[in-house]
Design a protein around this ligand. Structure first.
Ligand SMILES: Cc1cc2nc3c(=O)[nH]c(=O)nc-3n(C[C@H](O)[C@H](O)[C@H](O)COP(=O)(O)OP(=O)(O)OC[C@H]3O[C@@H](n4cnc5c(N)ncnc54)[C@H](O)[C@@H]3O)c2cc1C
Ligand code: FES
Length: 272
């Protein structure tokens, strides 16, 4: 499962975020939305532990072979600082895809995806996959400010604060919120999710972001009677279920975020 991944690009985005694209055919061809890769910083022996990053997207080459995997990350400490120093033709060891990803119910016709900060990353591949299955999606996305939002948004011409209809069909929509009001709704992403759950009917809610945010979304979804999944972040050592460093308290006992998650049914999570 460990694969030597060649760095294709490692680019600084706005808002202090970075995008890393690697050539890792085995990972690219088997990754499912919500799964992650456990990355060893090859050549940097001081970083013994790997760093977990969600699969942001997978790309095909000109022949149509899905060989490339994208990650979006923020610099938190020494490991991600070192990751940002990788350049084209450097290589990393990637273990994955790992974990249990999103599992929307089979009969889902319309989904609400709620992301906060880099928590939006694992929802992006989910949105694409749901769309390919003909499922209508509305993504409610919360960021600190405009720079953070634009890193994900990928365009600077956005002028309307209303829900954006990404492809003009009304079946793939996005709504943005920022803490400082510099992009989209001025306020919390949970205000957007409350609004949409009150106004529209959904069959499925997926949430990833800070834990207090996910807890509120889980409560909103429960009140609206909609099945909800959340992706939980824990410090991870092995990443494959062996060391028990990533325990999550659930109604069914302790589970491992790396192997039983990171995606859990919101109903089973005992919030701390
Ligand atoms: C399943 C999963 C998916 C993730 N996906 C993303 C993503 O797509 N983008 C992104 O920016 N971040 C993501 N993170 C968080 C990311 O792994 C941490 O920010 C990163 O490991 C920090 O490493 P560091 O050495 O820079 O920081 P330090 O704080 O110096 O890290 C020290 C140690 O703590 C661990 N650690 C620190 N913070 C976290 C954290 N929040 N979660 C897990 N381990 C942590 C590190 O792996 C390292 O072993 C994800 C975490 C998990 C568990
Ligand atoms: S990280 Fe070792 S069991 Fe989850």
């Amino acid at each position: 499962m460990d694969e030597i991944a060649g760095v294709v690009s490692n680019t600084k985005l706005t808002g202090g975020l970075w995008q890393l694209v690697v050539r890792a055919p085995e990972l690219a061809r088997s990754a499912q939305p919500g799964q992650f890769a456990h990355i060893r910083l090859s050549g940097h022996g001081e970083h013994v532990l790997r760093r977990p990053l969600s699969i942001h997207d997978v790309y095909a080459d000109r022949r149509g072979d899905f060989d490339y995997v994208s990650f979006i990350y923020q610099i938190i400490g020494a490991g991600t600082e070192t990751l940002a120093s990788y350049r084209m033709e450097d290589s990393l060891e990637v273990l994955g895809p790992l974990g249990r990803g999103w599992h929307p119910p089979e009969a889902t016709g319309k989904a609400l995806l709620v992301g906060g900060g880099v928590g939006y990353v694992p929802l992006m591949l989910l949105a694409g996959t749901l769309h390919a299955r003909g499922i209508e999606t509305l993504s409610a996305i919360g960021m600190r400010d405009r720079d953070n939002a634009l890193a994900f948004y990928g365009a600077s011409s956005y002028r309307t604060w209303d829900v954006r209809d990404v492809e003009g069909s009304g079946r793939v929509r996005e709504a943005w919120a920022t803490d400082d009001g510099s992009f989209g709704h001025h306020g919390l992403v949970t205000e957007l999710s409350a609004h949409f759950l009150g106004e529209e009917d959904f069959d499925y809610v997926a949430a990833c972001g800070p834990e207090p945010m996910m807890r509120i979304v889980a409560e909103q979804a429960q009140a609206a009677g909609v099945y909800c999944e959340v992706s939980l972040e824990r410090h991870m050592a092995c990443g494959i279920g062996a060391c028990l460093s990533c325990i999550v308290a659930t109604t069914e006992g302790q589970k491992r975020a790396c192997a039983d998650g990171p995606v859990f049914s919101a109903r089973e999570v005992i919030w701390q």
